[in-house]
Design a binder for this molecule. Structure first.
Ligand code: NDP
Length: 450
């Protein structure tokens, strides 16, 4: 009989934590997990899932407009933010229930409270204290907002999902995933959107053609993008109207200001020091390829490690950890060629290296690039282009980057990610027959490098 209450205790019931707990329990481990908020974590409760639902809602505005080009005459339409939020909440509650049942069916014991290390084998859970042989930290992260004067008047993505009404005019600060996604959502639903970004082009780190193409399309949709600009102060008047002061001495009014300026790990009040777990100055927990911290029996997965902050990555890390520690199948997680999508409008899908990074890693490149009007818009009349780009290492013919901005980019790039991850060559792309008529066939028919 083990001297511990649990073989594994997991801090945080988000994507990575729940996956690890379930898989370890299926291998026969006695598993406990704690969660101070709703089970499901950022992705399910206040991230990817509700965001995608809102994004679908915003796209209906396009569909209603585009239908006219196909002979449809649509009568007066109206949109209710309140109803959208109510239906979205219903779905999120359903998913929360699914996650609770998953844990229950796996016989994982849930403690719905904040957990904190007492020492390296003991966790305080409210009044309870439990011991565990191995411990997994999967506490995720939360939005970070710069502490400018008046920042308390702003919201983050957490609150954006629960606004009482649709903003008439919203200022979104940031140029990354969340800022671009919410700019598309709010503008599609009818808000006037001003996106303020400190750098010289949005989506830093993405391929330059992606950044340009996305910015152009967003601007064409009426989103005002202010580059090289910082919000330095916020003031709220007695009617609730906000004034944002900019570092160029201009100011702007809006009823909502949202910061999407990055996320930081949830490590406050975790007792990491009492356990002896090392963290970086920003709070992320360094781990090895098996997600092991500086202590032999304490592990960490997901956003709290600051590796690649994406749900599918946390799921893979959690699964690999459980296989390694409880399933007798040691396996590290590869963080190479991870595809991702930005659910902006239009979407971005990407896998592999940007042109800039590919040059550094792979030397000489062959670059294939195509920009075209998607077939749907020949009749809809929408002036939206699709951009696709392939980067090929000249010396090996391997495709090392694939980028797309346009309709269905996320769905298309997921399929191609298998080919890129598997190291396929441009010749193998060329040998693949296209499906006609699709946009994706362009990726196997581009023949002339730039
Ligand atoms: P990002 O890191 O993507 O973007 C943060 C943005 O805020 C950047 O444009 C950054 O500018 C800017 N910024 C940072 N600090 C300041 C500051 N002090 N003043 C002004 N601007 C600032 O973070 P997000 O919050 O958008 O998202 C967090 C992470 O969540 C993402 O990186 C991604 O991993 C994940 N995510 C993934 C999604 C998906 O897969 N679809 C969707 C949403 C989130 P700069 O570029 O100059 O540093």
């Amino acid at each position: 009989m083990s001297k511990y209450d649990f073989d594994l205790f997991v801090l945080g019931a988000g994507s990575g934590g729940v996956r690890a707990a379930r898989i370890a329990a299926a291998y026969g481990a006695r598993v406990g997990i704690c969660e101070q908020s709703e089970v499901g974590g950022t992705c399910v409760i206040r991230g990817c899932v509700p965001k995608k639902l809102l994004s679908y809602a915003a796209h209906f505005a396009d569909d209603l407009e585009d239908a006219a080009g196909y002979g449809w005459q649509i009568g007066p339409s109206s949109f209710s933010w309140e109803r959208l939020i109510e239906y979205k909440d219903r779905e999120i509650n359903r998913l929360n229930g699914v996650y609770l049942r998953l844990l229950d069916n796996a016989s994982v014991r849930l403690y719905p409270v904040h957990g904190k290390f007492v020492d390296s084998h003991h966790i305080q859970l409210g009044e309870d204290k439990v011991s565990a042989e191995k411990i997994l930290i999967a506490t995720g992260g939360h939005p970070w907002v710069p502490e400018i004067p008046g920042h308390e008047h702003s919201i983050t993505s957490d609150e954006a999902f629960h606004l009482k009404s649709l903003p008439r005019r919203i200022i979104i600060v940031g140029g990354g995933y969340i800022a671009c996604e919410f700019a598309g959502i709010f503008s599609g639903l009818g808000s006037e959107v001003i996106q303020v970004y400190r750098g010289d082009q949005i989506m830093r780190g993405f391929d330059h053609d992606v950044r340009e193409a996305l910015a152009q399309e967003m601007i064409a949709r009426g989103i005002r993008i202010m580059l090289n600009t910082n919000v330095t102060e916020l003031n709220r008047d007695s009617h609730g109207l906000l004034t944002a002061m900019m570092d160029d001495a201009n100011s702007m009014h809006a009823d909502t200001v949202m910061f999407a300026t990055g996320r930081v790990p949830n490590v406050r009040d975790l007792g990491l020091r009492d356990a002896g777990v090392e963290a970086r100055p920003g709070g992320t927990i360094p781990v090895d390829e098996y997600s092991r911290t500086n202590l032999e029996h304490i592990f960490a997965v997901g956003d709290v490690t600051g590796r690649v902050n994406l749900t599918p990555v946390a799921l893979r890390e959690g699964h690999a950890f459980a296989d390694t520690e409880f399933g007798g199948n040691p396996r590290p997680v590869s963080h190479d060629f991870i595809p991702s999508a930005v659910f902006s409008n239009p979407q971005v899908g990407t896998v592999g290296y940007s042109e800039e990074d590919a040059r550094l890693h792979f030397g000489e490149l062959q670059i294939f690039r195509s920009e075209f009007t998607p077939m749907k818009h020949t009749l809809s009349g929408r002036k939206e282009k699709t951009m696709m780009k392939l980067l090929v290492q000249a010396s090996t013919d391997r495709v090392v980057g694939l980028h797309m901005v346009g309709l269905d980019a996320a769905e298309i790039v997921q399929g191609f990610a298998v080919a890129i991850k598997s190291g396929l060559t441009k010749q193998q792309f060329d040998d693949t027959t296209g499906i006609h008529p699709t946009a994706a066939e362009e990726l196997v028919t581009m023949r002339t490098p730039l």
